[in-house]
Write a protein that binds this ligand. Structure first.
Ligand code: S3P
Length: 435
């Protein structure tokens, strides 16, 4: 879809308390694990985004009853680990890498065949990172010659646990193997080069699975069952990130983002922005279903460029589009390195951000695994989002600071992760209209 666009322009200082929609990673997993559990689970705060709805629709195709008594609530009638039914058509993950990679692990262990497909962006994303280790476990999955979807999964294979050291820091790879490991003979261990988000581990444990985990490590035994439980999904830090950056940059801003999930493997942006001089207060810390949450009060501050430590990159892997805009508006240079994974997200985010910022007059020197962004004035221009939700939202922030209007093309995919972004942004003070 290239028809929808936004025009972003100077608005007013951002004010108020904002309710950000539910976390995408947690929402995907909540439906998956509730579907596999014995008994009925209630999910509150479920993200009504296209990605997470696609996952719920796939479980309906697999024979799971899922009710929506009100928006953002799901009641899932679990069928047990052995209760999924063969689907009669291909399973469409939409734009969601998380959906496809986690489902690959689960479906590889089922007695039936299945096919996973996705949209144009997902159809270009690398899947060997999961099909490789799954094959070592005994799975049979065909991909295109270059390792991209569709995934044609041949069911009925007996899987065996492995001890896998992942070359990439990826929660999706880890989670995929743990799901396959639930069905495998023996133990499955995943070791990571850098710890990644541990939602799968925490949530499987909440569903009664015995799982041993610590940062960068997870191990479980096959043959376990899941016990239904209720899940409260926290607000998505990655969606909150756009308002954290915007409020930091727009003079006079003072916003509070309510009950945001602060899993330590997600909050690298706070560290990076604080290095740059941001004013972010963490208030009312609490726990929602085993996950830390808090309100974030963000006030305008003058940001200075910084070198982003490589050790923090995996903890802010989804936040680079927003960080690039903060860097463009900051004083001095910001240096990003060790972030080659950004090239295989919903778009090549290093290229998309570098090209987009350059077209607004910002100097950006792109490298294979990062960029140097030279802070300075931001001009107006036309931005290609490459159908990537986070690129589109990042350039809406750039438009708040630019000397001319920023036209952001192809914004339909914002609905994959942040339905209602435009309404919330306008209500907070953004200058934003349909193009
Ligand atoms: C996710 C893991 C990350 C992240 C994605 C969601 C998850 O991907 O970028 O948005 O829910 O596990 P990788 O595991 O590929 O880094």
């Amino acid at each position: 879809m290239t028809s929808q666009s936004w025009i972003a322009h100077t608005g007013s200082a951002l004010q108020g308390a904002l309710a950000i929609p539910g976390d995408k990673s947690v929402s995907h997993r909540s439906v998956m694990f509730a579907a596999l559990a014995d008994g009925t689970s209630r999910i509150e705060g479920f993200l009504e985004g296209e990605d997470t709805r696609a996952t719920a629709a796939i479980f309906s195709q697999l024979g799971v009853r899922i009710e929506t008594p009100s928006p953002s609530t799901r009641i899932v009638r679990g069928v047990g680990v052995d209760g999924l039914k063969a689907p009669s058509a291909a399973l469409d993950c939409g734009n969601a890498g998380t959906g496809m990679r986690l489902l690959a692990g689960l479906l590889a262990a089922q007695p039936f065949d299945s096919t996973l497909i996705g949209d144009a962006s997902l159809s270009k994303r690398p899947m060997r990172r999961v099909t490789g280790p799954l094959a070592q476990m005994g799975a049979k999955i065909d991909t295109c010659d270059d390792g991209t979807p569709p995934l044609r999964i041949h069911g009925g294979q007996a899987l065996t646990g492995i001890d896998f050291t992942s070359p990439v820091a990826s929660a999706q790879v880890k989670s995929c193997l743990l799901l396959a490991g639930l069905y495998a003979q023996g133990e499955t261990t995943v070791r990571e080069p850098h710890p990644t988000r541990d939602y799968t581990e925490r949530m499987l444990s909440a569903f009664g699975v015995e799982i041993d985990f610590s940062p960068g490590y997870a191990k479980l035994r096959g043959g376990q069952r899941l016990r239904a439980t209720d899940i409260a999904v926290p607000a998505d830090f990655s969606s909150a990130a756009f308002f954290i950056v915007a409020a930091s940059l727009i003079p006079g801003s003072d916003v509070t983002l309510k009950a945001v999930g602060l899993n330590p493997r997600r909050t690298g942006l706070l560290e990076a922005l604080r290095l740059m001089g941001a004013d972010i207060e963490v208030l009312n810390p609490a726990e929602h279903g085993g996950e830390p949450v808090a309100d974030l009060r963000v006030r305008h501050a003058v940001l200075k460029g910084a070198r982003i430590p490589e050790s923090v990159v995996p903890d802010m892997i989804d936040e680079f589009p927003a960080l690039f805009v903060a860097a463009a508006a900051a004083q001095g240079q910001t240096i990003v390195s060790g972030a080659a994974e950004l090239r295989v997200k919903e778009s090549d985010r290093l290229a998309a951000m570098a090209t987009g910022l350059r077209s607004l007059g910002v100097q950006v020197d792109e490298t294979p695994d990062g960029a140097t962004i030279h802070g300075g004035p931001i001009g107006g221009g036309i931005i290609e989002s490459h159908g990537d939700h986070r690129i589109a939202m990042a350039f809406c922030i750039a438009g708040q600071l630019s000397t001319g209007e920023v036209v952001v093309l192809d914004i339909a995919n914002v609905a994959t992760s942040f339905p209602g972004f435009d309404t919330l942004a306008r209500g907070a003070g953004f200058g934003l209209r349909e193009g």
